[in-house]
Design a protein around this ligand. Structure first.
Ligand SMILES: O=C(CO)[C@H](O)[C@H](O)COP(=O)(O)O
Ligand SMILES: [Co+2]
Length: 226
């Protein structure tokens, strides 16, 4: 039986913030691999989610790595705070960085995995000269700022383009898809070359979130592994 290689990262943005401890335990007890933590500043995106004190509270009880998605301007200001609050992966937005190579080096110097997120309008080709300095690229399949939005189909092409671009420079690069992911598009995303699936509303909005995670975890890519 082929073991699934892809990772599932439930987005806490879609959790019940009035019962956050219970939702953290749900993720701990599920087959999820990471916690996806969406930090929004109301400037880079037209929404404010939560900050580092809430992230620290999640980290206290989380039994899986925290995959932090910084949707904030000038993220260099908060890299150490983010690390100290428990981040394992820190993803900054390409569109929010003036000196991306320096920011990625700073994330790695903190001991975290370095990720870059691309808005739907941002081509993967812009990452050409930093691909070797990256552990993860988060391809936004919605416009960032809100959960529960409609998946943007152009994402499939972007995944294939990125996989090709990174093939020689960084074959181990993790491609993460964030926004509108569920059982309806997961197999096609894996076929296109995705490694990590972020899922907010399709998990926390499900009748049984544990089952929803299990279904995403056990979805097989249609392409037989070589
Ligand atoms: O980064 C995000 C929004 O900016 C969220 O991670 C993303 O939307 C996941 O939520 P959903 O699965 O409900 O779309
Ligand atoms: Co996100």
């Amino acid at each position: 039986m082929s073991t699934t290689k892809h990772l599932i990262a439930p987005s806490v943005l879609a959790a019940d913030f009035a019962r956050l401890y219970d939702d953290v335990q749900m993720v701990n007890n599920s087959e999820a691999d990471w916690f996806h933590i969406d930090i929004m500043d109301g400037v880079f995106v037209p929404n404010i989610s939560f900050g580092f004190p809430v992230m620290q509270a999640i980290a206290k009880h989380a039994q899986k790595p925290l995959d932090v998605h910084l949707m904030i301007v000038d993220p260099d200001r908060y890299l150490k705070t983010c690390k100290d609050a428990g981040a394992a992966v820190i993803t900054v937005h390409y569109e929010a960085c003036h000196h991306l190579h320096r920011t990625l080096s700073a994330i790695r110097e903190l001991g975290c995995k370095a990720g870059v997120a691309l808005n739907p309008h941002t081509p993967v080709s812009l990452l050409k000269d930093v691909l070797a300095d990256l552990d993860l690229v988060c391809i936004m399949s919605v416009n960032p700022g809100f959960g529960g939005q409609k998946f943007i189909p152009q994402t499939y092409t972007k995944i294939k383009e990125l996989r090709e671009l990174a093939a020689n420079v960084n074959p181990a690069l993790l491609i993460e898809i964030d926004g509108g992911v569920g059982t309806g598009n997961a197999a096609a995303l894996l076929d296109a070359g995705a490694d990590v699936l972020v899922a907010g509303s399709s998990v926390f909005g499900a009748a049984d979130p544990i089952v929803a995670v299990k279904e995403l975890k056990h979805i097989e890519s249609g392409i037989q592994s070589a």
